[in-house]
Design a protein around this ligand. Structure first.
Ligand SMILES: Cc1ncc(COP(=O)(O)O)c(C=O)c1O
Length: 399
């Protein structure tokens, strides 16, 4: 915009986010620094993305090496890093084949497209319905916001995509409807992250899996937030004795480098043929280098065991905080995906914590969400607790 133009613009960025008054310029491990040199303890991990902490050495080195060789090439050619990452993902999950993309929404889009094509072209069925669950979050594209069981995310974007319906989460009785609807697939989270850090009940998951098997319905898990070690196993589904047909991933897969993926059983992956789906950047050499380094570190270090142990410590600390502050009603979650259900305004708590140099998140109006990096230390958790104490004390005093 030229200087003699009278229209003033506050920022050249579209207003899709309400941003906190912090400008981050540097990160290392569990810490980030702002443009004025202030240091913050980052218990958001870039919303469950920097699972190995900021700028992790293992991934940094691999990316630096890949930067010297090849950044991008088309999916019209073979990409060795892609094949290596797919091999790692399939060897460590119940899936057989992988499609790569760039984000969580794209991963779920791919899952939805695959489910529809599998139903129509492989099964020869005309039931292409997808069932998802209330309070879920699956992304911001048109199909994935339709899949998302929250009206506030869908508001203003009508007409939504046809072919979606919603059931209550964790409600065993309503699952019987699936044998009447007979959808192509169900898509669900094992801990509803954005929807309020609500873990799926094992009995509900078992029943869902059983009904899907009996009715030839694809079981698709959205592990975009729960995956990559966040809950103490590489994927959260591994704690539920189920075998999903499709797993969608993104966030932590590239340690902050954009990458998404779906892993599917071979019979389901047959729904895709050359020309049916694609992505220019999907699985490019740089993104898949980040993925290989991330997964290798998760598998070869003791980090998954560490998550199981340290999350018990975090739970204990949060439970003692709850005893001191009556506005905290419940601590819930799985592994290092934790929610504090509060009576007060969760956003006010998150804003106040920034004053004490702690970054945390909300998950809806009444839940404070805590997502430390997976290699978080006991000392860093203690530091978080001191900042949380100051936050709650200050709010109690009405400051
Ligand atoms: C469970 C889940 N699915 C999908 C998404 C969408 O991912 P992205 O923002 O990368 O499109 C998110 C993002 O928060 C998520 O938590």
């Amino acid at each position: 915009m030229t200087s003699n133009n009278s229209i003033s613009m506050a920022t050249p960025i579209m207003p899709t986010y309400s941003r906190f008054p912090v400008t981050l310029v540097k990160g290392k491990g569990s810490y980030v620094w702002d443009d004025k040199g202030s240091k913050y303890l980052d218990f958001t991990s870039g919303i469950a993305t920097c699972n190995l902490g900021h700028v992790p050495d293992a991934v940094k080195k691999t990316l630096e090496e890949q930067l010297q060789n090849l950044w991008h090439c088309s999916n019209l050619y073979h990409i060795p890093n892609q094949e290596k990452l797919a091999a790692l993902l399939t060897a460590n999950s119940c899936g057989d084949q992988v499609f790569f993309c760039n984000s969580g929404a794209e991963a779920n889009e791919a899952a939805i497209k695959l489910a529809r094509r599998y139903a129509s072209k492989v099964k020869g069925s005309n039931s292409v319905q997808i069932v998802t669950f209330q309070q879920s979050f699956h992304g911001r594209t048109l199909a994935t916001l339709t899949a998302t069981g929250q009206e506030k995310i869908q508001h203003g974007f009508a007409p939504l995509m046809p072919g979606f319906s919603y059931l209550p989460f964790n409600d065993v009785a309503s699952l019987e409807e699936l044998s009447i609807i007979k959808p192509a697939a169900v898509l669900f989270e094992l801990v509803q992250g954005e929807g309020g850090v609500i873990p799926a009940e094992p009995t509900w998951v078992q029943k869902l899996s059983q009904i899907c098997k009996e009715n030839d319905i694809l079981l698709m898990v959205d592990e975009i937030q729960t995956g990559m070690g966040r809950t103490g196993t590489l994927f959260a589904y591994q704690q539920y004795s189920i075998q999903p047909d499709v797993i969608s991933l993104a966030k932590g897969l590239g340690s902050g480098f954009p990458i998404g993926a779906i892993i599917a059983k071979e019979k389901v992956a047959k729904g895709f043929e050359p020309g049916t789906h694609g992505s220019t950047f999907g699985g490019n050499p740089l993104a898949t280098a980040a993925g290989i380094a991330t997964i290798s570190h998760l598998l070869e270090s003791n980090i998954l065991t560490h998550v199981k142990e340290i999350s018990v410590y975090l739970d204990q600390q949060l439970e003692s905080l709850k005893k001191k502050y009556t506005c905290i009603k419940e601590i819930r979650g799985k592994g290092l995906l934790k929610g504090l259900v509060v009576e007060t305004d969760a956003l006010a708590i998150v804003k106040k914590a920034i004053q004490y140099k702690l970054l945390i998140l909300t998950a809806g109006p009444k839940v404070v969400r805590i997502l430390p990096p997976l290699n978080v230390t006991q000392e860093e958790i203690n530091e978080c607790m001191i900042a949380l104490e100051k936050t709650f004390q200050s709010l109690e005093k009405g400051e």
